[in-house]
Design a protein around this ligand. Structure first.
Ligand code: DGY
Length: 321
């Protein structure tokens, strides 16, 4: 008998075929809506493997209901949606999908930085709304990117990939990280500074830390107060690493110039959220890794992780070894 697995959202056929070779697969077929809690609870009681997304809250109570679960395979590099401690206590493996989304997420981060700095959405709306009547010297002017200073908080894979892009724009790249990365400094020509210096000196601040209890509100009122009034904040990590109330206040009080956000404390962010009303906020629906090939690679890697675990082997991308 094949081991049973549950997939919490419809996946491409090729990925289902990959999993079906080894497992008996059942799946939440709805592409647009997350699996309801009660369905997930029922499935958790009978499956050996779970293939889930960052939208699924795999908390302690859910994990405690599983009796035969060997592995939770998350189709994301971040895994703050899973209670790792509870899974580990029950001897359940948890895996993620690092590496395959690095470049695509760095692309989106830089694209968001450019769109925010150069007011692309606002300018496009201006044109579409018939407001463009003449060219004038200071019309829709934004912040210069070439040669500016970029501060990266959290120099993991995506941070390094972002630094490479910034170097192509002759930016001065500062970074702050839990540990210094001497090889990256040498190879990329970037500079380690403390968080306060980074916030004070950067024209652009990108937060790229994973979301943990320690990184919650990495950017809060005090951090925003240190930033330049002309600076731009970019968050493509997780909503909780920036305090949204503090960010809103900093934006309306002109403490910083603009923000580009791909992630929110609550997702989907309610359409009446105050931040969405501000013209100097460029907001995206968590699309950092949304390249067609990248998403297929992520799904395939999550499937391979799950198969490894279900066959009793140690998956390469185990996060709770
Ligand atoms: C991740 O993988 O954690 C991203 O947020 C979505 O790709």
């Amino acid at each position: 008998m094949k081991p049973k697995i549950y997939i919490t959202r419809k996946l491409p056929d090729a990925i289902i075929a990959q999993l079906s070779e080894v497992c008996e697969v059942s799946m939440w077929e709805n592409e647009e809506e997350p699996v309801p809690r009660e369905v997930l609870e029922k499935e958790m009681q009978q499956v050996n493997g779970l293939f889930c997304l960052l939208t699924d809250n795999i908390d302690k109570s859910l994990i405690s209901q599983s009796s035969q679960l060997k592995i939770i395979s998350n189709m994301a590099v971040g895994y703050n949606n899973i209670d790792i401690e509870a899974a580990t206590e029950k001897g359940i493996m948890v895996t993620n999908t690092p590496g395959v989304l690095t470049e695509t997420t760095a692309d989106l981060t830089f694209a968001l930085l450019m769109a925010t700095a150069r007011r692309l959405i606002e300018a496009s709306d201006y044109l579409h709304e018939g407001k463009w009547e003449t060219w004038s010297p200071m019309q829709l002017t934004g912040q210069d990117i070439y040669g500016a200073t970029l501060g990266i908080i959290g120099l993991g894979r995506i941070g390094e990939a972002l630094a490479k892009r910034a170097k192509g724009f002759d930016m001065n790249v500062l970074y702050y990280n839990r540990s210094r990365k001497f090889v990256a400094e040498e190879q990329l020509g970037i500079h380690y500074v403390d968080k306060e210096t980074l916030l004070k000196e950067s024209d652009f601040v990108c937060v790229l830390v994973p979301f943990t209890p320690e990184t919650k509100n990495t950017i809060d009122q005090n951090e925003l107060a240190l930033m330049k009034p002309s600076s731009v904040l970019i968050n493509t990590a997780r909503g909780g690493v920036v305090n949204e109330d503090a960010l809103y206040k900093a934006l309306i009080n002109n403490e910083i110039w603009a923000a580009g956000l791909d992630v929110f404390e609550v997702e989907p962010v309610p359409s009446d959220h105050p931040l969405l009303k501000l013209p100097n906020v460029v907001a995206l629906p968590h699309i950092g890794s949304a390249g067609i090939n990248t998403r297929i690679k992520m799904a395939s890697l999550a499937a391979s992780n799950l198969i490894e675990g279900i066959l009793g082997r140690i998956p390469k991308h185990l996060v709770n070894s």
